[in-house]
Design a protein around this ligand. Structure first.
Ligand SMILES: Cc1cc2nc3c(=O)[nH]c(=O)nc-3n(C[C@H](O)[C@H](O)[C@H](O)COP(=O)(O)OP(=O)(O)OC[C@H]3O[C@@H](n4cnc5c(N)ncnc54)[C@H](O)[C@@H]3O)c2cc1C
Length: 309
């Protein structure tokens, strides 16, 4: 029996056998059994309440931090639409839907004379992805600016969560895997709009210089090791993961069509014809080399989802 035939009637659209991997930043990987695009919050809630419990449900933002494995994703993949990308400003508070692009949130905050959210302009994801990853750069991360967010669980129950309740740490949150973020309230700090915009322009320039942002990539492949891991390896606490990768010959290393970037060696690139398994194999080769030389087991920052091909 197909997945589709077991799903509840909804207002939104179901599409079968969607080439999901092609839509990721890496542009490779397998298909999703079914993609569901809800019309609004109520439609999503109705779906979750009535979707049989044994059907896996996944959600993605703009897929800038995922490898979709070649065998594809079983069950239903939820893709939020325009209804979930609204951005509103009230006083110092910016409210953004889960599909609002981080860069647009930074821009709207700037136009309204609010500082503190500039870092979001450097992250090419959505607010939902930023909440799940506690995304950040240049010394600020989501936990520093989040007031609260709203999530819905697999049973359709709504939860309002504060950063403390979410256990937000470096690129990690302690939120059940089935929670789908719906929106977030972020705090801004009043400032001159032109100055905030100038800082955003500076971030853009810095990114262009230091990261392969025009390539098919997924951002940082591995998280930086903790100070404890580094000290156990006899390394300085401010050592970055790219330095470890560099020291094991990772810069420019290739497996099939996958390559560690020459420009920023913690970024993995699909040079053209990479499969998801090329990417994953390359990542595992780097992990094995770093483990052997430094005794550090690197933690994947990129999420790998689906079945191996
Ligand atoms: C060129 C480049 C530069 C980058 N630079 C940075 C950086 O400086 N700092 C940084 O932190 N990251 C960076 N990233 C990684 C990435 O952009 C962030 O992790 C971003 O927050 C992911 O958002 P997304 O919408 O693309 O999420 P996706 O890649 O679609 O998903 C990532 C994870 O979030 C989950 N998710 C997505 N939406 C929701 C939702 N609504 N509810 C629940 N879970 C959800 C997914 O299930 C998945 O587990 C970079 C990526 C690229 C390609």
């Amino acid at each position: 029996m197909s997945v589709l035939s077991s799903l509840p009637q909804v207002l939104g659209r179901y599409t079968e056998n969607v080439a999901l991997g092609k839509k990721s930043w890496f542009t490779c990987g397998g298909a999703a059994d079914v993609v569901f695009k809800p019309t609004d919050h109520e439609d999503l809630q109705h779906f979750l309440k009535n979707c049989p419990a044994d059907i896996p449900v996944h959600v993605f933002g703009v897929m800038s931090n995922v490898i979709i494995r070649d065998g594809g994703v079983r069950g239903v993949v939820i893709r939020l639409g325009r209804e979930f990308s609204k951005i509103e400003v009230e006083g110092d508070i910016v409210s953004a839907g889960a599909l609002a692009l981080d860069a647009n949130v930074a821009q709207v905050a700037a136009e309204n004379g609010l500082a503190g959210l500039e870092f979001l302009s450097g992250i090419p994801g959505s607010i939902g992805g930023a909440l799940r990853m506690n995304a950040g750069c240049y010394g600020t991360e989501m936990k520093d600016v989040l007031i609260e967010c709203e999530a819905i669980d697999r049973q359709g129950q709504i939860h309002v969560l504060t950063p403390d309740e979410m256990g937000m740490t470096y690129r990690h949150v302690e939120v059940p895997a089935d929670y789908i973020f719906l929106k977030a309230k972020l705090k801004g700090v009043p400032d001159e709009a032109e100055e905030v915009k100038a800082r955003i322009a500076q971030i853009k320039e810095q990114r262009e210089e230091s990261q392969p942002i025009r390539e098919k990539t997924g951002g940082s492949t591995f998280a930086n090791p903790s100070a404890l891991e580094l000290s156990q390896a006899g390394l300085s606490p401010d050592t970055k993961v790219w330095q470890l990768i560099d020291q094991v010959g990772g810069r420019g290393l290739k497996i099939g069509g996958a390559m560690m970037s020459e420009k920023h060696c913690n970024f993995m690139i699909n040079t053209g014809e990479a499969s998801a398994s090329d990417l994953e194999e390359l990542g595992e080769e780097i992990r094995a080399r770093v483990l052997k030389k430094f005794g550090i087991a690197l933690r994947w920052e990129i999420k790998r989802i689906g079945e191996k091909g």
